[in-house]
Design a protein around this ligand. Structure first.
Ligand code: RIB
Ligand code: CA
Length: 312
């Protein structure tokens, strides 16, 4: 089993990442850390507690950074609420929250958990990298105890929050720089990959037929997400970005990747927050990132469906 800490900013697709990570037999979900991003930390935390209550996910949940490491606030915090709605997770009636938080800061939780672990831990961030960047700066010793970082973020093609940058990394480029320059192996599920993991009506119908609490949550959230992604980007099937990280851990054979150098644009210009990926190795810079380029669509959704079937 792969021991992971999942760092999220729910977010409809973050919810599916939690759903798959919790029940997949090859994933040992040690804990969930929460970051601001898709919405305020208050909302992303409440959404995480709602998801974990609904799905019966009983792991430590720790709230983290409510803003970027360097800048005063997330530049794009005003924008993305459009695709996730007012609550940041519109579309499902969750009922009363019973899940609790640890009461310690997510950065502390990451450092304590990694340092105490006998085995190396994989970090799986699906939001801005503020918690991960802070942990690497506060306790560099965690580097030798982290297996790798499998993240959703970036793009070697076009962005979604600027023409050049993807939302998660643009929200805190300095944190992303800390992560990509840490020397840790990075696996990057960028938009070029995640846009292939689209939730068609057929996919929703397949999940609806499973008929349990997890499939009900999946269908309701995707119904809402389909509407906002259509309105914002014109897509009939919304890209379900975040669970591509989890399925990569359990079924890497479903992916193609390019091992190359990837650096983060930090100049305050049109490349700010961009993942500059040397896909054709035109430099001699170290190959620090496996950039995912292709996914087996049917295989991916079968792994998600198999995991959803494991819920009552
Ligand atoms: O750009 C896509 C990313 O931004 C996803 O993680 C989504 O949840 C939002 O956080
Ligand atoms: Ca996310």
């Amino acid at each position: 089993m792969t021991k992971i800490i999942l760092d999220v900013d729910p977010g409809h697709d973050d919810a599916i990442a939690i759903m798959v990570a919790h029940k997949h037999p090859e994933i040992d979900l040690l804990g969930i850390t929460v970051v601001s991003g898709n919405n305020s930390l208050e909302k992303t935390l409440r959404n995480t507690l709602n998801i974990c209550t609904w799905l019966g996910v009983d792991v430590p949940i720790s709230a983290g950074m409510d803003r970027p490491i360097v800048r005063d606030r997330y530049l794009s915090c005003d924008g993305p609420g459009d695709v996730h709605g007012e609550t940041g997770l519109d579309g499902h009636d969750f009922g009363e929250i019973t899940a609790k938080t640890t009461g310690i800061h997510a950065v502390e939780y990451i450092i304590q958990t990694v340092m105490a672990s006998e085995e190396k831990i994989t970090l799986v961030p699906t939001g801005p990298l503020s918690n991960i960047g802070m942990a690497l700066r506060m306790e560099p010793k965690i580097i030798e105890k982290i297996e790798r970082i499998v993240l959703m973020g970036g793009a070697y093609g076009t962005g979604n929050v600027t023409p050049s940058a993807e939302f998660n990394l643009y929200a805190d480029p300095e944190a992303a720089h800390i992560v990509f320059s840490s020397g840790l192996p990075i696996v990057m599920m960028g938009l070029d990959l995640t846009r292939q993991a689209s939730c068609t009506q057929e996919v929703s119908d397949k999940m609806a037929a499973i008929g349990n609490r997890a499939s009900e949550l999946f269908v309701n959230l995707m119904e809402f997400f389909r509407g906002t992604q259509k309105r914002e980007f014109g897509w009939d099937a919304p890209p379900v970005h975040d669970p591509t990280t989890i399925v990569y851990l359990t079924n890497p054979e479903l992916y193609e990747t390019t091992h190359c150098n990837c650096q983060i644009g930090l100049s305050h210009d049109m490349t700010y927050g961009r993942t500059v990926c040397d896909m054709h190795h035109v430099t001699t810079e170290p190959r620090n990132t496996h950039v995912a380029t292709k996914i087996d669509f049917d295989g991916f959704w079968e792994v998600v469906a198999e995991t959803i079937r494991r819920y009552n």
